[in-house]
Each structure stands twice: as C-alpha cells, then as structure tokens.
Design a protein. Sequence first.
Length: 743
Amino acid sequence: MSEQTWDKEHPFGTPGVEDWFLVQSAGASRDTRILKASDLLFSKPVQNLAALKSFSSLSGQVYLVGLYSDGDGGEGVFIWSDEDLSSEVTSDPRSAVYVPPNADSTGASGAWVRQHNGTVDIRCFGAVGDGVTNSTESFQAAFDLFYARSDLSALLIPAGTYLSEEIVFPRLENVEIVGEGYPVIRFISETEDAVMWEYSPSSVAIATPSVDINAGDDSITFAEQPSNVQVGDIVYVATDKNLYDTGNTDLKAGILKEVVSVGAVVGLRGESETTIATTDSPVAYFYRPLRNLTISGIRFELSEDAAQRLIELQKGASKGVLVKDCEVIGPGQNRVGISISGFDIRITRCRVEGFLDDTGVMGYGLAHAGHRSRIDNCYIYGCKHGVVSGSNLRVSTDLHIINNTVQDPQKEGLDFHGGCWHCSYVGNTILDMGKSHAAAGGFSIKGHNISVLHNRVYAADDNLVSCAVFIGGPASDNIRIIGNIFKGRIAYPIKGNTIDGDGYTNLEIKDNVIDCQGIAGAGVRGIDLSSKYLVNGVVSGNLLLGLDAHGMSLCSCENTVITNNLIEYGIIQAGRGIGVETAPVGTVYKGLTIANNVFKPMSTSAGGCVRIFNKQDEVIFIGNRQDTSIHTAYRLLQDSTTSGIPRLVQIGNINDELTETVTYNPASLANGASVATTVSLLDVALGDFASASFSLDLQGVSLSAYVSSANTVTVRFTNNTGGTVDLASGTIRVTVVKNRVAA
C-alpha cells in the first residue's frame, strides 16, 4: 500500500480503484483510517452531519468528514438509499448509521446509509471522550440501535474518558462492545444504588405449575400453555420452599432453566435439581434472554464511596456473556462491580477494585449465578467479597472460579453464596487476608459436589482471621479439599458450620499444607468438623504445622479414614492431635480408621495425640507414631468413652510413650543405701514399662524406675559403690512405654 496525499476538496486522483489510502484527519485527534480508493474517488465530501441532512443531491455516495467537526470520529462513507427506511431512522435517533434528509426527516422516502462491516464507532453516535461531555444519550442510542439492527455486531469505543449516567441494556444479541486503546467510561450519577449498565427484563409470561416438579424432571406441567413463550426463553421457578429441611431459611429451592419445547408441558434443558410441590407456592417467570454479548478492553469507574453498582445483568436472563480484559474500579464504598446471572457466562483477565459496602449486604467485586459459568485470571483488590457465586433464591450449577488473585478481602475472598452444585475453586490465590479486616475469610462453600483444589491462602500479620475454608450451609456433601496451602494467622484453617442439619458425606481433605507458624490463636483447630458427623470421609496426606492448640476436631465418624497426616499441635494452648467428639444423642457410628499418622506435640501444653469420646464404635488404630523430639504427650490414644470403645484394634503403633521431668536432690547415700522418689505421670498404669535418667554424673549409683500405681512412677537411687556418694540436685527424666495389647 503506497502512501499518497488526498485533498478532501479535490478527491479525484490517478490511483486505481483497488488501491488503499491511509486517511488522517486534520483535527487535533489526528485519527487515521484505511479506506479503499474507490470510497474516496467516487465520494463527494460533506463537512458534517448537518450538511449531510441538507445535502441537495439525494443520490450516489458521499464522504462525511466529521459528525460535527473534521475528524471527530464520526467520519465515514454514506450511500443514498431511496427505500423506505422510516423504521431504521426511528431506531437511530442520533443519525449514526441512517441519516434522513431535512426534506423528509422520517426516512420514508430514503436516507443516507453509513457503510460499515458490522463495526460502528461510539463517536458516530455523538459520544466525546474528553472527560467533560456527558455521553449518556450516545451510549443509550448505540445500544438501542444495535438491538434493532442485526447487521451491527461491534461497537467500538476508542481511547478517551467518556462520562455516562445510568444505561438500560436492551435485549442485545451477538454484539461486541470493544475498547480500543483502553478507554475509560466514568459513571457520573449521584443516585445511591444506581446501576451504570443494567439488563433487568420484564417477564414475557407468568404461570403457575399445576403438577409437582420432582428432582430429576426435565419439564414443567401447566394447566394450559403459557402464552408468548418461545424455545430459547429462560424460566425461573420461584418458591418459598427452603433448599434444606433445617438450618438457613434464606436459601430457597428455586430453579432456573432454558426452554427447549413449548406447550402445556414446557420442556427444559437439564433436570431440576430440587423437588418443588404445588403446595410450595411455585411461580414460573419466563424471560427472553440477552445473548452472546462480549465486553472487552474498557476501564469502568464509579464515583468514590457512592454505594453504586457498575454492571448488572439480572434475573438469570443472560446467555453467552463474555467480559474480558476490563478494569472495574469502585473505589471504596460501592456495592457491585460486575454481576451476571444466566447461562454460559465468562469473566476473564479483569482487574476489580474497591467494593466494600460496609453498611450494606453487598460489596461484591464479581458475582455470577446460574449454570455453566466461569471466572478466571482476574485480580480483585479491596472488596468485601472478591467473587460471589450462586443465588439465595435458586440452585446454581457448574460455576468455576479458576486462577484468580484476591487481595485483602473484607469478608470472604471467594464465596459460594447460595446453593451451588458441581462447582469448583481451582488455582486461586488469596493474599493479605486479614490485613484490613479481622473478619476476613478465604473460601466459603454451600452446596454439593464442590472441589477446592490447589489454591493458596496467605493471611496477613495484622489480624487473626477466622478460616481459610468454611464449609457452610446446613448440608454439604461430596466436597473435595485437595492440594491447597493455608498459611499464617488463621484460627480455623478448615472449618465446618455450626448450623443444625445433616452431617458431611463423602468429604475428602487430602494433601493440604496448613502452616499456622506457631502464632498465638492461629490453629486453634487446624481442621474443625466438630459440629457435624462425618460419613465416608477421607483425611489424608495433610501437613498440619505450627498449630496453637488442636490438630483436628471431628464429630463421630462412620466409614472414615484418617491416614498419613503429620500434625504439630499444642504449641501454646492445651490441645490434642485428633479429637473425635461426642456424636448426636442416640447415634452410634462405626468404622473409623486412624492409620500411619505422625503426631508431634510441641510443648508441655500438648495433650494426648488422639482422644475418642462417646458414640464411636469399631476403631482401627494402626501404624501411628509420636514424634517426641520436642515433647511427649501423655499417650498416643486416649479412650474417653463412658464404657470403652466396643471394638478397638491397635497394631504397630510406635513411640507410644509418656515422659515427664522433675528436679530432685537425692540425699547423701552410704554404701548399700538407697533413696526413692515418685513422679506423677498421667495415664500410666501398672504393667507399663518405665525407665529413668539423671542429668548429672551418677558416680556409680544405679538408677531404676517402675510404675508403682496408676499415674505414678517410682524412681530409686541405689549406692553399691563401696563408699558414700552425695549427688547434687539435678533433673530426673522418666519415660514410660505403654503396654498395649490388641483388643
């Protein structure tokens, strides 16, 4: 392509019609465009939009030099059409694409039509990116025209700062909103709780199901066909039924589905996750969804501390929305960054900052609900909730949070907020948890079939925070917490809820590193599932390091295996390596295996390695070891049941020993004399094996030890040297190995 000069006053020249020209405006912006020579050679130049409307010749092709001034972004080639374009002109009040003549402003007798390849610049609608001009009407006009015209596919927003008030999205389909040069769109509304860009459609039909909807059903039956419903619509069945039988009454059992067939029986894509009876007050709302919308390369800004929301696509009525490479800036006390509810949603490579909402219930950086949604590779800073997934009103499925970084969250870094099924957190990092807010937490789980895999949580030194993973809701099953690292001032790194309801079924906690670094209050309980029983659980391969008190606190367990864990506990407070607490009244649980674990009591505060309370039957205790390099716990296994564990098997446990030290000054011993003292040592019993040592040179005096009664070891010094020996004060260390017999 050769570079040649084009004189807009004399556009005719010698190049061939298939040549291309680089056209640069004479205005301050110096915008450049590449145009075909034929567009220039055969186009009459027109100075601005007003001149085009009053142009005398209503035929042929013209080149608009600028919308209002030379090179303001509204330039382009227009061709006259003498067709009735009145509907097009009506849908384009800013005359961005369809320009009627003054002689017939309706467009019924024809109009000038902008030539485009599906992409139109927002400046064609009169928007100005100068940081001063209010461009609200331009944006609204652009979105409305893109809704009306299927041949428009991309709205280009060039570099600049554009001011806007509230915009209501029409039902866009197959549209890209593309930033070029990272433009800024700044929200200038002063209204609290205002939304910058919003899609909140009215229902196209409302109907009441006439037959119960059962879990697994792929249709809804009505007394008659709901009117105005189409294949591809979205149906939301609202209900006052609680999602769970007990516990949190804020979680409802509603469903959100896509319509695949219409009639008195409306066919659904996918099966209902819940059962909703006709007595549960169900109401079906049908919506026509916004489809296939992409927003990319834009920086969005709210006013500081404005209690506002930025982008909200509501009611589950969005399908195929992609937001990528955007910045979403609160800052401070604002409510929502981006919230999208629907199907096939993705938010990726975005930066979000400043959504706290201290006085409200929101403060969401990013939020999504519905089905088949993904948020990945985003950076979220200074928000109450980094990412919120799910809805309190209905079940969401297949929501996946992948490779995001959340820094300094106020409440939860990543939160499965409502009933979420078949969802995951994978490869995310939460930094500076607790830096600004002591109530901060890492991951929150409510639902079924949820995976928390290979994430990292690093607590700040500023405040003691509650937990890294919170298993919430009255019922959560099929949960996998695998390969994560939780480090720093975290009181309960993995914590179960205390709401009444069912226990945990099919829970895996494997190959995690929990490092509380010996900080006071951190690791009160490394894994705390003490409020709910555990069925078919696996707790395996975890490193629980530097715990203030307890390693694991569990409720009674059935068909559960705890194996190959390393547990450092009791650094400051009294605690146990593993405590199996009392189960619900009247219930006896069978099948607990504790095998091949290493317990490392870290101070004299540390209690027994494993302690089992009532209601636990069939315990297999095999191959466990106590690391006594720092301190020795009273015993490896302590049976605290009322009448003993009915069926207990102990095989191959190592270092089942107890130690104690005391200061003692033996009396002067003549030849043949002896002196004895007793050392109290909890949990020793007759028949256990005892030994003793002294911190000073015994000078030939012999030293022996034996268990003389429960909890008491007698240590005896005997002088058979042939002379008198007077030992100075020293330290006696007593070691007792339990005499275990398999039962």
